[in-house]
Ligand binder design. Structure first.
Ligand SMILES: Nc1ncnc2c1ncn2[C@@H]1O[C@H](COP(=O)(O)O)[C@@H](O)[C@H]1O
Ligand SMILES: Nc1nc2c(c(=O)[nH]1)N=C(COP(=O)(O)OP(=O)(O)O)CN2
Length: 184
């Protein structure tokens, strides 16, 4: 198959094809922060992403206060956005990592506190499994702090590994530690 055809057929991407630039695709991103002025950081990061060429913000969830999963640390603010992107999954990941850096993200312990975490959850119905990038995000199915905001903006999006849509996945997790941040 020609490169041009591969670009237009996301369903036949393989792990070796993550650098191909497709036409416009939908993507979902999870945002989280529990250090600094988290709400301001999350709003600014969203605006920063939306201003990038090749990215269009299509939906933004409410913000939620969530109990930290992992070692003891302050509560997080979490939310999700959906985008139309005209960049490859790898380019999108690099864009997210650059914005994390800009907002002072320091990588320390796994699941430790951070000023900004941006996770690439879904990219159309693509499945990618490489050392640097896994899509769908491998832990999204078990995370109420991801599924609750995602269900708000994309209830019918199919998570291609489980075969369930987001509104079904959110019913399978305990959402008692996820609370709407009033006014967001
Ligand atoms: N789907 C993904 N979204 C974000 N980061 C990913 C994804 N798949 C692999 N990665 C790698 O994870 C680290 C970032 O880890 P965090 O501690 O969650 O920020 C990054 O180096 C990616 O290569
Ligand atoms: N409530 C809440 N808890 C969390 C949150 C979060 O956003 N909200 N992010 C984490 C992410 O940890 P890390 O990025 O190190 O791991 P990952 O690669 O599994 O996403 C760990 N725990």
């Amino acid at each position: 198959m020609s490169v041009e055809n591969k670009k237009n057929s996301p369903e036949i991407f393989t792990k070796h094809d993550a650098e191909f630039k497709p036409k416009i695709q939908a993507s979902a991103i999870a945002l989280g922060s529990n250090i600094g002025d988290s709400l301001a950081i999350l709003e600014a990061a969203t605006a920063e992403l939306a201003a990038i060429a090749g990215i269009q913000l299509t939906a933004k969830s409410s913000w939620y206060i969530t109990k930290a999963v992992g070692p003891p640390q302050p509560d997080y603010i979490n939310g999700c956005i959906s985008l139309q992107v005209q960049m490859s999954p790898l380019e999108l990941l690099e864009t997210l990592l650059a914005i994390e850096q800009k907002f002072g993200r320091v990588r320390q312990e796994r699941w430790g506190p951070r000023s900004l975490d941006l996770d690439l959850l879904l990219y159309d119905d693509l499945i990618i499994d490489t050392p640097t990038l896994q899509i769908p995000h491998p832990r999204m199915q078990e995370r109420a702090f991801v599924l609750v905001p995602l269900a708000e903006i994309a209830p019918d999006w199919l998570e291609p590994i489980s075969g369930y849509v987001i509104r079904e996945l959110v019913k399978k997790v305990d959402c008692s530690d996820v609370h709407l941040l009033k006014g967001s």
